[in-house]
Design a binder for this molecule. Sequence first.
Ligand SMILES: Cc1ncc(COP(=O)(O)O)c(C=O)c1O
Length: 394
Amino acid sequence: MIPTILPTYNRAPLAFTRGTGVWLESEDGRRFLDMGAGIAVNALGHANPDLVAALTEQAQAVWHVSNLYTIPAQQRLADALVDATFADTCFFTNSGTEAMELAVKMARRHWFEKGQPERTRILTFEGAFHGRSSAAIAAVGTEKMTKGFGPLLPGFTQLAWGDHDALREAAAEPDVAAILIEPVQGEGGIRPVPDQCLKGLRDLCDEIGALLIFDEVQCGMGRTGRLFAHEWAGVAPDIMMVAKGIGGGFPLGAVLATEAAGACMVAGTHGSTYGGNPLACAVGAKVMEIVADEEFLAGVRSRAGRLRQGLEGLVASHPQVFEGVRGEGLMLGLKCRVAPADLVQAGHDEGLLAVPAADNVVRLLPPLNITLEEIGEALARLDRAAARIGTNAG
Ligand SMILES: Cc1ncc(COP(=O)(O)O)c(C=O)c1O
């Protein structure tokens, strides 16, 4: 018999009833150090007092009015995002997938309005993940994502990671509207795109007149130690997708765009009943206020350095379990020699939550305000988890 919840996830038998900071407590009273943060979402940990205050204050005022009216919290958040980034404008969504939908629509509409409606193709990269909608699965194009869901939305070409010749060849086609890339692949296994490649993509887009779209749903909002990951490379996109961390756990996403890219989306071209809802934006504005602060980001970088150093040590002491560490800031991946699911399970046994990814990687994506002491505790638990696997393997 089908479960009452459609079984699209293989869930761990863990139900959490309370969370504080980096810690989660399960129904049976066990405490877990949350190094997954709800897949890079709880940027400021669980039950963050500033976020709880922002949410409850808004909840007592007004929950929802729709985008038929002005929403002050939405305006505040939009202004903060525009102030802090390359963007001139933004649209709020409830998720990363919805941000993806708008990014695709915007790229195509841009060329339609420019009198080049044939420019609809979006170039994407192997290992990418942009969500589970029809556009997002077509963008990725793998059998795993698309099998049985055809006919697929046309107009996407997937390119091999690092194949510059294939990229140049694809970009030479006259129907290219945009290039879409995650500056650090998340689901694909924490694969940072080298700075010079992001720069190269910017140059290529300028050369062929295509739009550059960055998907910063997972790597954005302070996760890499800069407000947005692309800042490390010193280049800016034309369109950027944001979600996850921006709501700190409240469903919220956004598409940010330059005026040139966003101008095509006039009244009636797009909408969302909930997108930019007062509750979500009150929380998002508070997250932005905290995370966009340069001192906070410097703290993320220094704590990330400590975690990374500890993980390198872990790799050295468990060579039968780990192959290496990769990533940027507090978006780190342990490349495993064992099945990632086994390490995640051993983590559960040691009271630590981590997230598996593709390419045999286990992701560590803790709240950005994790303390040095908690990092030390996480490393100790990971060490014991690795020892469990090493022993079993041996
Ligand atoms: C890079 C990236 N883009 C898009 C998405 C889709 O976001 P959501 O699950 O909020 O729809 C994800 C989710 O993991 C993601 O990591």
